[in-house]
Design a binder for this molecule. Structure first.
Ligand SMILES: Cc1cc2nc3c(=O)[nH]c(=O)nc-3n(C[C@H](O)[C@H](O)[C@H](O)COP(=O)(O)O)c2cc1C
Length: 182
């Protein structure tokens, strides 16, 4: 598949996964794709923990409430260090977002599905923090997202997206464009 096809094929998958294990080799390929993403001032603030051990997955899913991605045979947890990159500017969010997108594309390219679970684990209930505790993550790292990895049982549901013409232009912002975002 070429990269453009993979980009268009990627969608958030929230259905059930088949129980087939994900080979370590594939998990490493996916993680390397994430770590090869650009980072502000090359600070490389993103780190990753893949979990494919059933007992550890069970412990993690005990704290992921309401449950999401619980049937996936593996997950990749995304850790960040909120370090200054340029003067006082921190690019940690941009760094881990680039890493996540690279991994989502690698996941689809290898025939798996996933979903970017960040909102779900970074609310006041601090699920991400609880997951970090289970994984022995030191306090100077924050667990901000996890990606299930596995073979999907069904197809992802396609979300409604605004058209190209509503969101992208050449040379200037169009005069007649309503600026509000739905
Ligand atoms: C920063 C960020 C946080 C997200 N957090 C969640 C989440 O917690 N739960 C979820 O189901 N999807 C989450 N998503 C996935 C979005 O809902 C999804 O990308 C969006 O609806 C568009 O659908 P698509 O990925 O199929 O294009 C998140 C996406 C991003 C970029």
């Amino acid at each position: 598949m070429n990269v453009y096809k993979t980009i268009n094929k990627r969608h958030s998958y929230r259905g059930k996964y088949k129980s087939d294990t994900v080979p370590r080799e594939d998990l490493i390929t996916i993680m390397k794709a994430g770590l090869n993403a650009p980072s502000g001032c090359n600070k490389q603030t993103t780190s990753l923990i893949a979990v494919d051990d059933k007992d550890v997955l069970k412990k993690l899913h005990k704290v992921i409430n309401p449950p999401v991605g619980e049937t996936a045979p593996a997950i990749i947890c995304v850790l960040t260090q909120r370090l200054p990159a340029y003067r006082e500017k921190c690019f940690a969010v941009q760094d881990y977002s680039a890493a996540i997108e690279n991994m989502l594309l690698a996941i689809v390219e290898l025939g798996y599905q996933s979903c970017w679970y960040e909102g779900h684990i970074t609310d006041e209930d601090k699920i991400g923090y609880q997951m970090a505790q289970i994984l022995n993550v030191p306090d100077n790292f924050e667990l901000v997202c996890f990606l299930p990895v596995g073979i999907a049982e069904t197809e992802p549901t396609l979300p409604k997206k605004r058209t190209f013409e509503e969101r992208a232009w050449f040379n200037a912002f169009p005069n007649n464009q309503n600026e509000s975002v739905p």
